[in-house]
Design a protein around this ligand. Structure first.
Ligand code: F6P
Length: 410
């Protein structure tokens, strides 16, 4: 077979930054394979932008076996910001430029969310570095401009690699939690990652979660009272006197003591992009539900579980389709762009013809719209269920149906 060596002698380097997802190795493998076919030597930069500081920390990925089904990132990750930040006021851009030069890197592919790709875009605009962004986040809150057609209406949705696998994990986790909730007639408040958006929290729906709280809508004093009423009603109406309520880690909840609405911090220390760490809101909500409704409630934090484990088949195919688009961008030498999926689709439609690229300056954060979440009912809508049904198959719930006769004392 004739080898296409268009970019022979050129080097492409890949880095992954920010929180990991189970689809990063899959993305690296797919990009590496395609770039190699074009003739590039492919390097991996370790620990995101950190690997371009100091002497550099670079690996040669060319002609090496690569296991893209294994979750996380073999290149490892960090939240290093090359640009000045509060935490680190000194610019490390000169170090990055020096290393790009020292290692003769011609094109940089940055796998990340808004932070990593925002920095990449600045390097492209300010320093002329040829970059291509590649989306990733389990939070699914990067504005990918992916459209979801529901009953003839085009709705702006989001689809980022990593989210489909994380969604599957949250769905399965929720479905499992049901048996313990039922055994104790409890309300389980299930905390799910999502700093600014509730996309992932909604996936608990397919596992049997009911109601939900998300960061997009703050729970004021009035809303909180109403929420308790709705919870009571849902609990009383539940067949087995059990309820699982998914809540985003970034839920903004009214605190009686301070009289303010705020998030719960696991640590207020900021990372280099200015983010604190959230965690613990489920404990507060569960204890308030217990007090208010006189019903046992418990908190369960899913934490890093949705970020862990193997890449799903959906994500494997999604990363390959987006990597096909990277080839197109490389051939056209069209930098400062990010490949994205155009239309929400089931597995079969994950093909290059369904991809496009967007200007990395247009990424930003994309919260859930009213189409997907109804604050008056504290629940996700049918439109959201339809969005999710592209990615996940709703499991058939095995119910233990029993109606044992009650024995009366004689
Ligand atoms: O990458 C986003 C995310 O998964 C958020 O949902 C979460 O708040 C954060 O990462 C946690 O990050 P870390 O790995 O720094 O604890």
């Amino acid at each position: 077979m004739k080898e296409h060596k268009i970019f022979k002698g050129k080097t492409l380097a890949i880095l992954s930054g920010g929180g990991d997802t189970p689809a990063i190795n899959s993305s690296i493998e797919a990009i590496r394979n395609r770039a190699s076919l074009l003739g590039y030597k492919v390097y991996g930069i370790r620990q995101g932008w950190k690997g371009l500081l100091g002497d550099g920390d670079i690996l040669d990925l060319s002609h090496q076996p690569y296991d893209g089904t294994y979750g996380g990132t073999a290149l490892r990750s960090s939240r290093t910001n090359p640009f000045p930040s509060k935490k680190n006021p000194e610019s490390r851009v000169p170090q990055v430029l020096r290393n790009l030069d020292r290692y003769h890197i011609d094109v940089l592919v940055t796998i990340g969310g808004d932070d990593t790709n925002g920095a990449a875009k600045r390097l492209y605009e300010q320093e002329g570095i040829p970059v291509i962004g590649f989306p990733k986040t389990i939070d699914n809150d990067l504005r990918t401009h992916t459209y979801h057609n529901y009953k003839g209406k085009e709705i702006e949705a989001v689809l980022c690699p990593g989210f489909p696998t994380a969604a599957k994990s949250i769905m399965e986790f929720t479905a499992k939690l049901k048996t313990t909730a039922e055994s104790h007639s409890r309300i389980m408040v299930l905390e799910v990652m999502g700093r600014d958006a509730g996309w992932l929290t909604g996936t608990a729906l397919f596992g049997g979660g009911e109601l939900a709280l998300i960061p997009e809508f703050e729970i004021t004093k009035e809303r909180k009272e109403f929420f308790f009423e709705i919870v009571k009603e849902a609990y009383m109406n539940s067949k087995k006197k059990a309820l699982i309520i998914p809540v985003s880690e970034g839920t903004r909840w009214y605190d009686e003591k301070s009289g303010k609405v705020d998030v719960v911090y696991a640590s207020s220390e900021l990372d280099e992009y200015g983010h604190p760490r959230f965690g613990g809101i489920s404990g507060i909500i569960a204890s308030e539900i217990s007090q208010k409704l006189k019903t046992e409630a418990r908190a369960q934090i899913t934490g890093y579980y949705p970020r862990s484990g193997e890449c799903s088949e959906y994500d494997r195919r999604l990363t390959r389709a987006l990597a096909d688009k990277v080839v197109d961008l490389l051939l056209r030498e069209d930098y400062g762009q990010m490949p994205v999926l155009m239309k929400m689709t089931p597995f079969i439609g994950l093909e290059e013809f369904n991809t496009t690229s967007i200007d990395m300056g247009e990424i930003g954060n994309m919260p859930l719209s009213d189409e997907y979440y109804n604050i008056n009912k504290f629940s996700f809508t049918d439109t959201y269920s339809d969005f999710l049904s592209n990615i996940l198959e709703k499991p058939h719930f095995r119910e233990f149906e029993y109606d044992f006769p009650v024995v009366l004392a004689k």
